[in-house]
Ligand binder design. Structure first.
Ligand SMILES: Nc1ncnc2c1ncn2[C@@H]1O[C@H](COP(=O)(O)OP(=O)(O)OP(=O)(O)O)[C@@H](O)[C@H]1O
Ligand SMILES: [Mg+2]
Length: 357
């Protein structure tokens, strides 16, 4: 009992944050809440498109039993939302704060913290009933969000804790890249892959938000939104909110969306490729300089060039040589290379390959 009371003093940082948010939403600052938070699924049923995960979780929630979980997949597909919603359904709002510890990349999660904070929290025993007498699962949940940013020694320190405390604690690891989680941890968890959201699903949710926020929109605007966000619903919702701010009382159009998303107009990309195929190196230099000076991100230009090249009527050999160069350029840019020089170098390879056609 003493241990249980002690547990009451442990407060998940996220829960505190959310409490602050919830508090402010009852006051007059409702508008300050970002839409991604406002429209975050409140229960597991509201999570769209991830049927397998939802089905398994719901079964577990019925039986009040949960395996250790590992969620992985691209950004903005509902990983964090799903586990937060599941935990809230399991414990209710009051018990949630005692039973759930959420640590993400913004918290210190070196080996020391795993040894002390996580272990101490995991060792607390918990009762199988709520203060109001209702039954609840006799375990706690530790959510390690963005687990791929944890150092391998910190991950290794988790292994034994995970096994030893399995009677009272379930772990939920969340990451984008499962390859960065050490094998012994992945084999201790049930793995769930979160898929990039389907266009249709994204559209439905965006339209729903438009309706609730009383926005004017055009059909093309919404499809552009879905296109530029590439299965990342968080990105789509954030763009939608920016677009709504930008065009108050006006319609959200395709133009607004591409402008906000920093997408390079197709005309400019086509023009660049045209020069690569037919022009001279001097012209190419001017065109690339213009693009970079306009402030378009080189990574964006790269991804759009990639899309266009793949669709072009080119030989496989040429395409593969260009793709290889793209990979090198992408790595160089991640390492902080000059955007103009990298783009120029890529375009000159495209030029060279196209002349071999
Ligand atoms: N499957 C989904 N169903 C409903 N809403 C979703 C879904 N996926 C994402 N969203 C929306 O996107 C927002 C971000 O989702 P969430 O934080 O769960 O993403 P994530 O998968 O944890 O991404 P990251 O890997 O970047 O942490 C949510 O607030 C929600 O509004
Ligand atoms: Mg997340």
């Amino acid at each position: 009992m003493q241990a249980f009371l002690k547990g009451a003093t442990v407060q998940a940082p996220k829960a505190q944050k959310e409490k602050a948010l919830a508090g402010s939403s009852t006051e007059k600052t409702v508008k300050a809440v970002p839409w991604v938070e406002k429209y975050r699924p409140k229960c597991v049923d509201e999570v769209a498109f991830q049927e397998e995960v939802v089905a398994v979780l719901k079964k577990s929630l019925e039986g009040a039993d949960l395996p250790n979980l590992l969620f992985y997949g691209p950004p903005g597909t509902g990983k964090t939302s799903t586990i937060l919603a599941a935990a809230r359904e399991l414990y209710g709002p009051v018990l949630y704060r005692q039973r759930v510890l959420e640590l993400n990349a913004s918290d210190e999660r070196g080996i020391q913290v795993i040894r002390e904070k996580v272990k101490t929290f995991a060792q607390l025993t918990v009762a199988g009933t709520r203060p109001d007498g209702k039954l609840c699962p006799p375990f706690k949940i530790i959510i390690l969000d963005e687990a791929d940013s944890m150092t391998p020694p910190a991950q290794a320190a988790l292994r034994r804790t995970m096994e030893k405390e399995s009677r009272t604690t379930r772990f939920c690891l969340i990451c984008n890249y499962i390859s960065r989680i050490i094998e012994p941890l992945t084999s201790r968890c049930s793995k769930f892959r979160f898929k990039p959201l389907d266009n249709h699903i994204q559209e439905t949710r965006l339209l729903d938000i438009c309706e609730k926020e009383n926005l004017k929109y055009s059909k093309e605007g919404i499809s552009a939104l879905v296109r530029v966000s590439e299965g990342d619903l968080r990105k789509a919702i954030t763009f939608l909110q920016s677009a709504a701010r930008l065009s108050i009382a006006k319609e959200i159009t395709e133009h607004t969306i591409t402008e906000i998303a920093g997408v390079v107009p197709n005309k400019m990309i086509d023009n660049l490729l045209h020069i690569c195929f037919r022009g001279t190196f001097e012209k190419l230099e001017v065109a690339v300089r213009n693009l970079v000076d306009e402030g378009y991100a080189a990574t964006q230009i790269l991804s759009q060039l990639h899309e266009s090249i793949i669709e072009k009527d080119f030989g496989d050999k040429q395409k593969s040589a260009i793709a290889e160069k793209m990979a090198v350029v992408s790595k160089c840019m991640l390492d902080g290379a000059d955007e103009f020089l990298q783009m120029l170098s890529l375009c000159s390879v495209i030029m060279q390959q196209s002349s071999q056609d």
